[in-house]
Design a protein around this ligand. Structure first.
Ligand SMILES: [Cu+2]
Length: 119
């Protein structure tokens, strides 16, 4: 049994190593906002708990249940792993952000649900 577990562990490590072209950037993002027409979105990016600077970060936002087309947001590197992008949304509610990160060599995508409460 121990041998099998060791084998499974080895295989999963091999699989993880196999996709080494995928960077291990971890996105921490504020997901709840109070709606405003112009709203700064913040993203924090870490790798092994260390902030990652110098990435190109952009996101495409779509509303979950209504068609408002796509809203593109380009994030600016604020240093220390912090990125801020200005979103101009036609309305609040539930939106989905398709986030793309790249350092010019490696790239990563992540989907994030965002909520904008209208008051
Ligand atoms: Cu809508």
């Amino acid at each position: 049994m121990k041998k099998i577990m060791g084998m499974i562990l080895f295989l999963s490590l091999a699989l993880t190593a196999g996709c080494s072209s995928t960077p291990h950037w971890e996105i921490v993002m504020k997901t709840d906002y109070t709606y405003q027409q112009q709203l700064p979105l913040t993203i924090e990016i870490n790798e092994n708990s260390q902030p990652v600077e110098g990435l190109q970060v952009k996101a495409t936002l779509e509303m979950e249940k209504m068609d408002h087309g796509e809203v593109d947001v380009t994030f600016e590197d604020q240093g220390n792993g912090q990125y801020i992008g200005q979103a101009a949304l036609p309305m609040g509610g539930d939106w989905v952000a398709y986030i793309e990160l790249t350092d010019g060599k490696q790239a990563m995508e992540q989907t994030q649900n965002l909520s904008f409460k209208e008051e």
